[in-house]
Design a protein around this ligand. Structure first.
Ligand code: MBD
Ligand code: FE
Length: 265
């Protein structure tokens, strides 16, 4: 063949890959013995994983069924706000939004964006109790049809996504709409897996927030709302007690808040 070669060898040695793979196999051996996996099950798994990859759902599957365990292994014992799932619907470079004269950040949304108006506020501090002014907040959520912009929603790109800064007191107040419970795609190989597990595809309503501040570890987390019917059975197991806030009904709108604590580097 004269075509340009597209194989990936030789790569340079990466000791971490070897170290992690050796550990993986060591624990895999114990797992295989305990699970008594047979060859037909192995073949079924490979065929399913092939369908998963070809469907484009691999990142979805990984974020729903694995990411929480990575985060818990890393962070459960550490101080500061617990991280939660980044998930498959983050988009970089969301538009920057400035606060208006009342200090309100109007999250990019359509005129007459369907949904209940929510004012969500937060304060960002660090593990020493210092207020973090000018921290960058990167925010995204689903819309009232339970879709994420830039993915499965009819809304314009970056609808209900935005970046902004905390004020001099480390605070922000966002005008948005109430996020609603979310069904992960369940018509492909991920749904096939859910069927075997008799697990529903729902996540409780949640907001996604990423915080960046100099000298601090980037914090990627989520906010949940007390009373959500899917809180205890979140398919992605992303809920942490300290990430649950209360919706306060103010008549025309709702209000909620949560404080966030970043870890110093
Ligand atoms: C989501 O909205 C989400 O946040 C995660 C972690 C997985 C699937 C869909
Ligand atoms: Fe999400």
């Amino acid at each position: 063949m004269t075509a340009e070669k597209t194989n990936h060898l030789p790569t340079t040695k990466n000791e971490r890959v070897g170290e992690v793979f050796d550990l993986f196999i060591k624990h895999m051996k114990e797992f295989l013995e305990e699970a008594k996996l047979n060859h037909e099950e192995y073949t079924n798994f490979v065929n399913w994983a092939d369908r998963l990859g070809k469907s484009g759902e691999l990142p979805l599957y990984a974020d729903v069924f694995l990411e929480t365990h990575v985060l818990q292994a890393m962070y459960t014992k550490l101080p500061g706000t617990q991280p939660s799932l980044l998930g498959p619907y983050y988009v970089e470079n969301a538009p920057f939004v400035e606060a208006d004269e009342n200090g309100i950040i109007d999250l990019p949304k359509r005129e007459d964006e369907p949904g209940e108006v929510l004012y969500f506020s937060g304060t960002v501090k660090n593990t020493d109790g210092e207020v973090l002014a000018g921290a960058e907040v990167d925010y995204w959520q689903n819309d009232n049809s339970a879709k994420y912009s830039n993915f499965d929603s009819d809304a314009p790109d970056f609808n209900l996504r935005g970046r902004f800064k905390t004020d001099e007191n480390g605070k922000f107040t966002l005008k948005t709409i109430q996020a609603i419970p979310y069904s992960i795609p369940d018509q492909g190989p991920t749904g096939e897996f859910l069927g075997y597990m008799e697990q529903h595809p729902m996540r409780p309503a949640h907001e996604h927030i990423m915080f960046k501040a100099e000298g601090h570890e980037t914090l990627i987390t989520q906010v949940f709302f007390e009373g959500d019917e899917w809180m205890e059975t979140d398919v992605a197991e992303g809920v942490r007690d300290e990430l649950i806030t209360t919706l306060v009904d103010k008549g025309d709108y709702k209000e909620a808040s949560l404080d966030f604590v970043m870890r110093k580097l």
